[in-house]
Each structure stands twice: as structure tokens, then as C-alpha cells.
Design a binder for this molecule. Structure first.
Ligand SMILES: *Cc1c(COP(=O)(O)O)cnc(C)c1O
Length: 361
């Protein structure tokens, strides 16, 4: 049986009627920008995470830029960010006027650590972006203990927890993406900034609306970056499903472990006390590309997302002079995402593992 890398459609099937009703409600109501569903989703998402404020924005990349500016980042500042991440984690920094400073990751967890961050600190470091990569949870408290505020990039970690607390509720602020393939995916672009800090929340609200708090006076140059009313209405239908989907992603990870995947490849290691809602299930193998091709030939989706790490991307070379990130280069070469979705069964896992076993043998 073919098995796709991910499946965003099946989990939505039981929700079709509710989604249709929510979409029609917005069409009939006629308020398309910052209407009642945006406000309601913001408070429901804040409650879900256990934070005081959630502010909807246009996408997860804007969420990072706006959150950084709301945290006071500007020209002359440095922001530490892992090179092994989705490109947007770093791309969001230069528009604030600050400089990205790339740090390494732990190859077993794919996340930054207090040590990799410490090695990248400069006298100008204003914020550390801790990416919860693939749904694993970066050690936010240990990084904060270095004395620098943490912005969590939780785009891939909706539904992940650490010691019972939600990823996105750990740092000074956090950002989410509702891109359709994310753990809490919308039906177009969308994102959010969340925080317990009322001042940061107010600044985010102003920045997302052209730098204006009253829509008449423009105090600073901001953005036109709002979560659509339509997306908010649809996300209100899917948010109550998130924990169930996260449990399914965890169970899928356990199926892979139980059926012996760890004997064939290096498995992703959850960080201490974390329960990752695996956004992608990413293994490591010395021959990752031939393995992906072989899996593809038998209809099993497999993909390397970040073969070229961010510090080696052409647009980022001005920020990457003379840096050496050995673990990043190692995982960039060896990582491979294999099928993951909230409904992935033990039988699916057996199929993937026997296919990998067939190739490795
Ligand atoms: C998806 C993603 C983003 C960007 O989100 P968009 O909504 O696509 O702009 C940022 N960081 C990480 C880690 C992501 O996975």
C-alpha cells in the first residue's frame, strides 16, 4: 500500500460539515477582517496554551518578525537562531534591522541546547529564537538561564508538551504558523504570536495593523498582517481536535519504536520531559538519499527538508562568515522524514520498517 509522507485530508474528514457551516457563517456575516471569529479564536488559543494573550497574524514568518520587534529587537542587535530549521526562522530577523547569528543543534534532538546557544552569544544578543523543530521541544528554561529572553518558534510544535506545559507557553513569547500542513493547519496562510506579557501583546496588535492603535494615527512603521476571519472561523473548528491529533502523532512515533525502526536507523530523541507531537518524524541514516529513493520506488513518502542548512543558503551568506556548525552539517546530510500523521497505524509502521529493512539488507 502506498503511504504518503503526510496526510492533511483524512483527519479533517469527520469535520467536513462543521467546517462548511463555519465558512458559510463568515460568508453570510460579511465581516472578513478582524471580525468576531478572530477575537474568539485568539482567546480560545490562548486558553488552550495557558497564556494570557494570542494575536492572530498573516503567517508564521510575519509572526516571528513582529514578535521580535515587539520584544524590542532592532538595528544593532543580534538574534541567535539555529541554522538547522525552516529558512523562515532566520529570514524573519533581518527585516527588524537585527543580525541573525547562527547556532548549532543537538543532532539527537534536532533542537538548540543551552551549550549551542552559549557558543553563539555576543555582547549584542537581544533574543534567542528557540525552534521546536519537528515538534520536539527545545530546552527554553535552560536557555533563559543564560540571561537572554527566548522567543519560541513553535510553528511545528502545536500540541507538544514538556512536563505537562504546552510548547508556546514557555518563553517570553512564541510564534505559530497555521500553514495547512502544520499540526494545527488552516486552509490558507495564518499565524499567531502568543505571550503572557501585556506590553508585548499590545505592541504586536499595533504592528500587525500598520503601526496604529486607533487606525487613524500611525505611530511607527508596521505591517498589514492579520489572521483572516475565514481562517479564524475554520481554526475554531480544528483547535478542539489538536490534542487528539497530537496523541495520534505520539502513538505513531511509538509504533515506529515498537516495530523495531531503531535497529535500522537513528530515531529522533525527545528532549528531557517532553512529549513531542511529531510534526515530521525524522530519522538519520548515513545513506539518506538512496534510502529515500528506494522508499519512493515502493510508494512510501520520504523527504529531506533541510539538506542545505540556513547558514549555507545564498541570502544568508553575509551573516555566516567563518562560522562552523558541525552537528548542523551532519544532520543536514543524514536526516530524512518518513510518513507521519495522526492516524498512522502499527500496520503502516510495519510496512515502513520492512521497506527500510529491505533496503538496508
Ligand atoms: C512553517 C514555519 C515557519 C513559517 O511559517 P509560515 O506560516 O509558512 O510563514 C517558521 N518557522 C518554522 C520552524 C516553520 O516550520
Amino acid at each position: 500500500m502506498p503511504l504518503a509522507l503526510f496526510d492533511i485530508k483524512t483527519p479533517l474528514d469527520p469535520l467536513r460539515d462543521q467546517l462548511r457551516a463555519a465558512a458559510l457563517g463568515v460568508l453570510e456575516d460579511g465581516q472578513y477582517i478582524l471580525g468576531p471569529n478572530v477575537g474568539a479564536f485568539e482567546s480560545e488559543f490562548a486558553d488552550y496554551l495557558g497564556v494570557n494573550h494570542a494575536i492572530g497574524v498573516a503567517n508564521g514568518t510575519d509572526a516571528l518578525t513582529i514578535a521580535l520587534r515587539a520584544m524590542g529587537v532592532g538595528p544593532g542587535d543580534d538574534v541567535v537562531v539555529p541554522s538547522f530549521s525552516y529558512y523562515a526562522s532566520a529570514e524573519a530577523i533581518p527585516p527588524t534591522g537585527a543580525r541573525p547569528v547562527f547556532c548549532d543543534v543537538d543532532p539527537e534532538t534536532f533542537c538548540v541546547t543551552a551549550d549551542t546557544v552559549r557558543a553563539a552569544l555576543t555582547p549584542r544578543t537581544k533574543v534567542v529564537i528557540a525552534v521546536h523543530l519537528f515538534g520536539n521541544v527545545a530546552p527554553v528554561a535552560e536557555i533563559e538561564a543564560l540571561g537572554i529572553p527566548v522567543l519560541e518558534d513553535a510553528a511545528q510544535a502545536a500540541g507538544s508538551t514538556v512536563a505537562g506545559r504546552k510548547a508556546g507557553a514557555l518563553g517570553t513569547a512564541a510564534t505559530f504558523s497555521f500553514f495547512p500542513s502544520k499540526n494545527l493547519g488552516g486552509f490558507g496562510d495564518g499565524g499567531a504570536v502568543v505571550t503572557n506579557d501585556a506590553e508585548i501583546a499590545d505592541r504586536v496588535r499595533v504592528l500587525r495593523f500598520h503601526g496604529s492603535s486607533d487606525q487613524v494615527t500611525y505611530d511607527e512603521v508596521g505591517y498589514n498582517s492579520r489572521l483572516d476571519e475565514m481562517q479564524a472561523a475554520l481554526l475554531r473548528v480544528t483547535l478542539p481536535e489538536l490534542d487528539g491529533w497530537a496523541a495520534g502523532r505520539r502513538a505513531a512515533g511509538r509504533h515506529y519504536e515498537d516495530v523495531g525502526l531503531g535497529e535500522l536507523v537513528a530515531l529522533p530523541q525527545p528532549t528531557p520531559d517532553s512529549a513531542p507531537a511529531w510534526h515530521l518524524y525524522v530519522i538519520r541514516h548515513p545513506l539518506a538519499d538512496p534510502l529515500a529513493e528506494a522508499l519512493g520506488r515502493v510508494g512510501i513518502g520520504a523527504k529531506a527538508y533541510y539538506r542545505t542548512p540556513i547558514h549555507r543558503q545564498p541570502a544568508m551568506l553575509p551573516y555566516a562568515h567563518g562560522i562552523s556548525l558541525p552537528a548542523t552539517d551532519e544532520v543536514a546530510a543524514a536526516h530524512l522524514a518518513i510518513p507521519m500523521n495522526p492516524a498512522l497505524s502499527r500496520i503502516d509502521a510495519i510496512e515502513v520498517v520492512s521497506a527500510i529493512g529491505g533496503v538496508s539488507a
